[in-house]
Design a binder for this molecule. Structure first.
Ligand code: NAD
Ligand code: WQD
Length: 340
């Protein structure tokens, strides 16, 4: 199948972007990737092409480069943009707020300006459950109050507000703001996956590195939360399901319904210790851990009400915890040093 449509994927070499590029190619879209490789490797794209059996077009560069964007939109007839490019480390954003606002907020402005000039009005934006701050109740619905506790989260909120203003200014804009919960797992081939360049901030890649022997134990941040076993509870979603959600979001843009913020989660929360147990089962060995203090800024529990994604996009997560851990383990076991 070929759709005759070309999608610009910013950040397409990254963790979620690479998995989404495969789904797009499989669904018959042509794909142009814009990435500066600040947190990814060209090898990821080579593997995307070999898994999908089709090429992508790579434009190496920065979303803040206006001249490059103008050339890109001049050279390719783009039907829609999926905008993953961004910096995402919460702690780093506290240390370097200007870098985060420049990259994420100013970069998105540059992209939207170039889209407007080129007459491209279809955008899928990578937002985050972090925009809900500490939610008043669970599960989290899209109409809940928003709030940010760090510059990374604030950059996502600011962008959501900019995109809302854009939509109010001109009705031809179609904008899907996808609020991801906790993406984990990898492509079932074990050929692409999450490849943190530093010590992992997130739970699943940290556990995977303990399993492969790169770290000696997991520190469990807090065991006195008001949760099932005292450890933090999150809505982990398989990156393959998440990628599929983007294909559905493109189809929704075509229905020209304007702007919508939509949760992409499973609706199920698992604790840190449940995640650890499930990963031990997948890798077939016990994994050492220590209970330590809470990590500043963390909340006790967070999981989605996934009803809107089902009703609006016709999308629900299909893959469970077992697949998340098995696929993450296959990737880590077969690529102990990532793409290196
Ligand atoms: P990632 O770091 O693996 O991918 C981001 C990609 O964007 C990388 O390839 C990086 O090189 C590229 N990039 C960054 N800044 C750029 C710039 N200025 N110009 C061009 N390319 C640039 O991250 P990911 O996990 O795939 O996340 C993708 C998006 O989803 C991000 O916007 C992130 O904030 C958002 N998100 C991620 C999570 C998560 O936990 N992974 C959760 C919610 C939202
Ligand atoms: C999950 C749970 C930790 C590491 C972050 C961002 C959020 C979004 C997703 C982008 C928590 C515990 C973790 C470890 C642990 N990203 N943990 N030991 O904090 O829910 O969300 O990533 O938008 O914005 O804040 O994900 O994977 O870091 O933590 O015990 O070494 O695992 O306390 O309960 P988090 P996480």
């Amino acid at each position: 199948m070929h759709t005759n449509k070309t999608i610009l994927v910013t950040g397409g070499a990254g963790y979620i972007g690479s998995h989404t590029c495969i789904k797009l190619l499989e669904a018959g879209y042509d794909v142009v990737v814009l990435d500066n490789f600040s947190n990814s490797s060209p090898e990821a794209l080579r593997r995307v092409e070999s898994l999908a059996g089709r090429p992508t077009t790579l434009v190496q560069g920065d979303i803040n480069d206006h001249a490059l964007l103008a050339r890109l939109f001049g050279a390719h007839k783009i039907d829609a943009v999926i905008h993953f490019a961004g910096l995402k480390a919460v702690g780093e954003s506290v240390e370097q707020p200007l870098r985060y606002y420049h990259n994420n907020v100013t970069g998105t402005l540059a992209l939207c300006q170039a889209m407007q000039t080129a007459g491209v009005f279809n955008l899928v934006f990578s937002s985050s459950a972090t925009v809900y701050g500490d939610p008043a109740s669970l599960p989290i619905r899209e109409d809940f109050a928003t709030g940010a506790t760090n510059p990374y989260g604030r950059s996502k909120l600011i962008i959501e507000e900019i995109l809302s203003d854009l939509h109010r200014s001109a009705p031809e804009w179609n904008l899907a703001l996808l609020r991801y919960f906790n993406p984990v797992g990898a492509h079932p081939s074990g050929r692409i996956g999450e490849d943190p360049s530093d010590i992992p901030n997130n739970l699943m890649p940290y556990i995977a590195q303990v399993a492969v022997g790169r770290r000696d134990h997991l520190s469990v941040f807090g065991s006195d939360y008001d949760t099932k076993d005292g450890t933090g509870v999150r809505d982990y979603i398989h990156v393959q399901d998440l990628a599929e959600g983007h294909v559905k979001a493109l189809e929704w843009l075509d229905r020209k319904e304007g702007l919508k913020a939509i949760n992409l989660g499973t609706g199920t929360g698992y604790s840190v210790l449940e995640m650890l147990k499930a990963f031990e089962k997948a890798c077939g060995k016990p994994l050492p851990y220590k209970l330590v203090d809470r990590r500043p800024g963390d909340i006790a529990s967070c999981y989605a009400d996934p009803a809107m994604a089902r009703d609006v996009l016709g999308w629900s997560a299909k893959l469970g915890l077992e697949a998340m851990c098995e696929d993450a383990w296959r990737w880590q076991r077969d690529n102990p040093k990532g793409y290196e």
